[in-house]
Design a protein around this ligand. Sequence first.
Ligand code: XCC
Ligand code: SF4
Length: 635
Amino acid sequence: MIDERARFGKGRPGVQTQTAEELYSKLKEDVLTAPRRVERRGTLPCAFGKGGTCCRVCNMGPCQVVEGVEELKGVCGASAATVVARNFARMVAAGTSAHSDHGRHVAKLFYEAVHGEVPFEVRDKRKLRVVAQAFGVDPNLPEGDLLKELADAALRIFSQQEGEIILTHRAPKPLLEKWRQYGVVPRGVDREVVELTHRTTIGVDQNYKNILMGAARCSLADGWGGSMLATELQDLLLGNPQPIRAKVNIGLGVLRPDHVNVAVHGHDPLLADALAQASYDPEIIEEAKRVGAKGINLSGICCTGNEVLMRKGIPIAGSFIQQEVAIATGALEAVVVDVQCIMQNVVEIAKHFHTAVITTSPIAMMEGATHIPFDEKRALEVAKEILRTAIARFPQRDLSKVNIPDQSVDIVAGFSHEAIMYILGGRFRASYKPLNENIINGKILGIAAIVGCDQYRVNEPIQVELAKELIANNVLVLATGCSATNMAMAGLLSPEAAKLAGDGLREVLEAVGCPPVLHMGACVDNSRILIAATEIVHTGGLGDDIFQIPAVGCAPQWMSEKAIAIGMYFVTTGVQVVFGPDFPTLGSKTVTDFLFYEIENYFNGCWRVARTANEFANIMIDRINGGRRALGIDK
Ligand code: XCC
Ligand code: SF4
C-alpha cells in the first residue's frame, strides 16, 4: 500500500507521521517530549554554534568568531576558517570513533569466537573467503588458520601505526592513487582519530586546508576502515542479509497487544541477536504465558532495528524521532539499549508508563535505567535475564494507557551488496552487469543514496518527497539508517511502489520484483554502498573510478556527528553529498568554499546544502546528468 501525504502531519516540530502526532497528543502537556522542547526553545539555535564559529578548545574562550572581522578573531588570533575547520574535523573524528568503536566491539567478539571463547559459526563460506582476501589474508588457507589470521588482521585495522588500512586497497586503483597522492590514506583507525583530535587542540594545526585534509584521512578510516569492518564481520557472525519481508511503523503488526513487547534500540546487533534467540526459548515463552502474555515480541528502533530487520525480518517500530512515541503506546514492557542515538529523554518518558529502560553497555549508562551488562560469553543467559525483566513488567501494563495505532506497512528489506548482485544477475552469475547496462541505455538515469538521520527541527518528510521525485525521474534509490525507516513507513520499500517510478526504472524493477528504494542496512552499512560502487566500476562501462558513476548521495535531516563522518568519506571517495537543512561550516565562507568546490579538484567529490525536497532533487538530478554527459551516455 502506497501511502500519500495524508499520513504526514505538519503540526508539531519533527513529528512527521500521523501516528506519531496522535501518540504525542495523548501525552499530557507537562510531559516534556523532544518536539515540545523544540517548541519551547524556539527554532533558532545559537548562530555561532550553528555556523561552526564558536571555539571552546581552550579556557581563554569560548570565543565567538566572525569571519573577516579582525577584532572578532579568537583571543589567540584564531580565524573563523581555523575555528570552523577545527570544529568540523572534530565532528569527523567523533563520528569515525563511534562507527569504529562499534566495529572494534565486533572485531573483539570475532577474535574470541575464533579462539573458542564464544560459540559461533561462519554460515556464509563464500563471503568468508572474499572478506579474508579484503583483509589481506590468503583465502586458500585451511579454515581454522584463515579465521585466526582474519581476526588478527581485523584488530590491526585499529592498532596499526604506519602503512595503509588494508581495506582501502579494495577501492578502484585510480582512487587509491589519488588518496596516496594527497597523503590521505589512513594508517590505522586509532591513530587517525587520536591525531585529528590532537591537531585540533589549541595551538596546533591552524591551516584550514591542512585540517580538512586531516579530516578527509580520518573519514576514510571510518568508511574504508571501522565501518566496513563492522559490516563485514557482522555479516560473518550474524549472516549476510538477503531480501526479507517485514513490517514497519509504531502500529499493530509491529507491536502486539497480547505479547510482552521489547524494543531494541541503538546500533550494535550482537545483543539484539541474542535477544531474538532467547525470545523463541520455550522456557521464556512459558514464563511469559504465566503472566498472561502469549510470548515475546521484539521490534527495533534506529540502527539496531535496521540490523535485525535486515537479517531476521524483525519489524521496525521507529526511527530516531520515534523513540519517545514508541514508549507512548503504553505497550512496551522494555526498551533495551546498547550504544548511540538513545535520547536521555527516553527515561523521562518511560517514567509515565510501565516501560523498563535497560542499558547494556558499560560505556552507555543512563540515570533512571536498569543496567544489565551484556557479556558475550554468556550472551543467551544475559538475553534471558533481560527478557525476564520485561516479563515482570507485563502485569503492570496499564490498559487505559495502551494505544497502539492500527496501521503497519509491509516492506522488503535486506539488500546487501551481495543480494543486489544476485537479484540482478542471478545466483550463479551474480553481477552488476545488468545494472550498468540499464544505466548506460538510460532506463536508469543514475543512483542516489538517501541516508542518515531524521530529527526534531525538520517538519517535512523530506526523504519521502525526495525519493518520490528521484524515482519518478528513473533514479534508483539506495537507503540506510533512519532515512530508510522513514521511506519504509511511506510504503516506498515495497515492490508495489515500483509503480511510482518513471517508465525505464519501472520496467527494470518489475522484471526482478524489486522496490524502488533498496534498504541496505544500518549506518555502518553505508560501507556496503562503497563496495557496490567499486563493483560497479569493475563491472565496466561507467568509467574507471567511483566519481564517474552517475551517482549522488544525501542526508536530508542529518543530526549526528556520525553523519558528518559518513558524508566526508563519501566526498573523499568522489561522490557529491547533499546535506540539509543546514551545514556546520556556514560561518566561514572560506571553509565552505573549500568543502563545496575546491575539494573537488582533489577527490572529485564535494558537499552541498539544501533545505526542501525540491532543492535536493534539483541538485542531485543535475549531478547525475552531469555524470552522464561526462561519460557520453546522455544521448
Ligand atoms: Fe542515529 Fe543510525 Fe542517525 Fe538514525 S541515522 S539517527 S545516526 S540511528 Ni545513522
Ligand atoms: Fe578562543 Fe583560541 Fe582558545 Fe579557541 S583556542 S577558545 S579561539 S583562545
